[in-house]
Every structure is written in C-alpha cells, then in structure tokens.
Write a protein that binds this ligand. Structure first.
Ligand code: PAF
Length: 284
C-alpha cells in the first residue's frame, strides 16, 4: 500500500494507473475509520482492480470550528485499517495543500442540497461538493463508494457528477449498524456512556415510523410521532424530522415506496443523522 501526501503525487500515480488500463474504486473518507468505511472498501475491492482511499478532514464542510477541531484523527490506526482491507493507495493531504493561500474556487450545489443538512448547516454541501470534485480530479476513479447513512450527501454527489459531467459511477452502500441498530459514525466515539445508551433509542423510533407507514398513516402523523419520541430521548435536541422522496428529496404527504424518513438529532454535544426507507425492509 502506497501513502500519497500531495495532490501532485496523487495525480501522477493516477495517471500511470490509468495508463495501465486498471479500473479504480475510490472511497473518500475523513478518517476515524469504522466498519461502515470497511464495508465501502470491501465492495470497492471486489469490484475494481485498484482501490484508493482518501483520508482528509475537510475544513470547508464544517460549519462549527469546534466540530472540525475535535474531529478524531487516528492516523496510524486508519492506515492499518486500509492495509487490512487490501487498499492499494491512501491519499492523505494536508489542508494547506488542498486549500493553499489564495485558494478561491468553490462548487455550490443547489436543488437536493437545499433542505435538511443544507438548511441546518449552511455551506456544508458547498464544502462537500468542492472537496469531492477536487478528490475526483486527483484520483480519477471509475467508481466511487458512498454510505447511505449520509443519504442527502449521496444525492448531492450524484447531482454533482451528473451536472458537471464528472464521469464517475457513484455506488451507494447500505448503512452499517451497531448491535442495537445505531448507525455507525465516527462521531459516535464522542458520546459518553450514558449518551450512547440514549442514542440506542434512535433505531427503535425509526422502526416505529416504518410500522406507522405500513399501517397507512400520513407523513404528518409519522413526523409528529417521531419528533415526540426523539424529544423524550435523554440528552436529546431534535434538529429535523422529515419524510422525503428518495430521488428528488421533496417532502411527501403520503409515504410511498420511495419515501425516506430522515432525522438529525443532537445527543449531548454530538449531532447524529440517520434515515430509513419507510416501506422498505424493517430496520431491526
Ligand atoms: O462523508 C464523508 O466522510 C465526507 O463528507 C467526504 C465525502 C469524505 C467529503 O469530505
């Protein structure tokens, strides 16, 4: 496994890899790798000749400086995970190299980027779209793998690839969940023991929403129920609860087969997001 620390080195490596005719699977990450990231790497390993992982805590997508500063950065553990998953190259640049003095270009997604995370975290998706574009340019992948936990990010990246003709095949990968159903996230490590127990209620509440949708309830009833239940979770503060069409991300009045319930909730100082297909496979 080769470790590349500059965009120029990554570009040069990608050019020779392209010349060799080998297909490339790319897993962009911000590090603090867990089983969810490993699932992305394993699928990339199965589907592509070479696998590249990027590890870069992207400052432009954080709208709270404290969140950026406290984001975990376990570099040597992350490299060991990549090696164990059979990754060929890890791209791990510094912020100074990705955004040097005088850097002045951003990609500004609209449409599917406007609601939910886009509304709660102004500028977040501009940061995501910008760094994903830069990473795609450096790595030149054939396929890129994104987790469904960040369901809106996946929609933004698909829109970005389509609108800017980036020519990368975006592959969604199912959310990996902990023993109690909590979606794996690098942020879970920041929950105290008591907060982690409280967060374990989230999947149960999503399952209740699925049952309500199957019983024919309107979206407004489901949203009211989920909001009330989330507010009762210890240490919690609800950011949003919404039911949207899985493609357009427009809100829907009556849950249908493509409807997704998405939530964002603070548990203590940790902001957690999750989503579930309302009429798909039961979560738990
Ligand atoms: O999902 C993430 O970890 C990040 O948003 C991404 C896609 C690596 C861009 O920084």
């Amino acid at each position: 496994m080769i470790l590349l620390r500059t965009p120029d080195d990554m570009l040069a490596w990608s050019k020779s890899r392209q010349a060799s005719g080998k297909s490339c699977g790319f897993v962009p990450t911000m590090g603090a790798l867990h089983d969810g990231h490993m699932a992305l790497m394993r699928i990339a390993r199965e589907q592509c000749d070479v696998v590249v992982v990027s590890i870069f805590v992207n400052p432009t997508q954080f709208n709270q400086p404290a969140d950026f500063e406290t984001y975990p950065r376990p570099e040597s553990e992350d490299l060991a995970v990549c090696k164990a998953c059979g990754v060929d190259a890890v791209f791990m640049p510094t912020a100074e190299l990705m955004y040097p003095n005088g850097y002045a270009t951003m990609v500004l997604p609209e449409g599917v980027a406007d609601s939910m995370e886009g509304a709660s975290r102004p500028g977040h998706f501009a940061g995501v779209a910008t760094i994903v574009t830069k990473l795609f340019n450096c790595v030149a992948p054939d396929r890129a793998y994104f987790g469904e936990k960040d369901f809106q990010q996946l929609a933004v990246v698909k829109q970005l690839v389509r609108d800017l003709n980036l020519g990368v095949h975006v592959i969604p990968v199912s959310t990996v969940r902990d023993h109690d159903g909590l979606a794996l996230s690098s942020r879970n490590a920041r929950l105290s023991e008591k907060e982690r127990v409280a967060a374990g209620m989230l999947p149960t509440i999503l399952t209740e929403a699925q049952a309500m949708a199957r019983d024919g309830h309107q979206s407004s009833d489901v949203v009211t129920h989920v909001s009330t239940r989330l507010r009762d979770v210890a240490y919690s503060r609800v950011d949003y609860v919404t039911i949207v069409d899985g493609d357009s991300l427009a809100t829907v009045d009556t849950p249908g087969t493509k409807s997704v319930l998405a939530i964002a909730v603070w548990v203590g100082d940790v902001r957690l997001i999750d989503n579930v297909s309302l009429l798909g496979e039961p979560l738990l």
